[in-house]
Design a protein around this ligand. Structure first.
Ligand code: SAM
Length: 247
């Protein structure tokens, strides 16, 4: 889905000209690591995650604790979809700054969780999508995360950490295949594939941990899945990339 969103690119950093020697992928999941290797076989890529689910070089670590890497070590640090995980963003970005070499880049890739957007009036108020998002963001707030951060907030936090040449990118990701535009329709279709398991995988555990009642949480997730299959609502969310350089 992200490759589709970025028109086949892995990142928006000037990666090819940077040709980084050492890359850190934060909260790597099953995400980017093999893809980086594909682009630069000689690049040393390290993925860090709480959970050991990576097929390549990988360390189990908690990114919210002190980072034990050498200072000025990495040329590129990538961080995608950690809005549900990071509680102290200023500290997280300070770690990145400290362990990135001078002239190195960070790329932060996050998405809106505040609300779903619609270009018309097809999306009713208090829909199951909105209920899902509200329950999720309430839980995340209770757990100390910051689901309402915006593109501008991430940029400001990076600037405060000392980064320069900050570039902001914003994409609309359709929830479903409703757009007429072929690229947007394809992106929405990929989102649907993700969301078949994603509404539950992404939300259920967090909503229960935030005090949600199991039957109610399951109802909202079920209705979101059904509605997505029906595809009546023209809904999208925003996904952001912020690229910044350490001077
Ligand atoms: C939503 S997934 C994103 C995975 C990957 N970045 C991607 O975009 O495909 C979030 C990942 O961050 C990891 N994670 C959450 N909190 C973390 C922490 N404090 N330290 C390291 N990894 C963490 C989770 O285990 C999970 O694999």
């Amino acid at each position: 889905m992200y490759l589709e969103m970025l028109s086949g690119r892995l990142t928006l950093t000037p990666y090819e000209t940077l040709h980084p020697r050492r890359v850190l992928d934060c909260g790597t999941g099953t995400g980017m690591n093999p893809l980086y290797r594909h682009v630069h076989p000689d690049t040393e890529v390290l993925g860090v995650d709480l959970v050991p689910i990576q097929p390549v070089r990988f360390e189990v670590d908690d990114l919210e604790l002190e980072w034990l890497f050498p200072e000025n070590h990495f040329d590129f640090i990538h961080s995608r979809d950690l809005v549900t995980a990071i509680k102290d963003w200023p500290r997280y970005f300070a770690h990145m700054y400290k362990h990135l070499s001078s002239g190195g880049y960070v790329e932060i890739s996050e998405h809106s969780l505040d609300t779903f957007r619609t270009p018309d009036s097809t999306h009713p108020p208090n829909s199951c999508y909105t209920q899902w998002l509200t329950a999720l963001t309430n839980s995340l707030t209770q757990l100390g995360a910051h689901p309402s951060l915006t593109l501008r907030d991430y940029s400001r936090l990076l600037r405060d950490a000392g980064f320069v040449d900050i570039e902001e990118y914003e994409f609309q990701v359709p929830v479903g295949t409703w757009p007429r535009d072929r690229g947007a329709k394809r992106l929405g279709g990929l989102f649907v594939e993700n969301a078949k398991t994603g509404f539950e995988a992404y939300g259920k555990n967090l909503m229960l941990r935030g005090g949600g009642e199991e039957g109610e949480v399951e109802r909202v997730i079920r209705e979101c899945g059904e509605e997505m299959r029906r595809g009546r609502w023209h809904v999208y969310y925003l996904h952001w990339h912020i690229v910044a350089r350490k001077p």
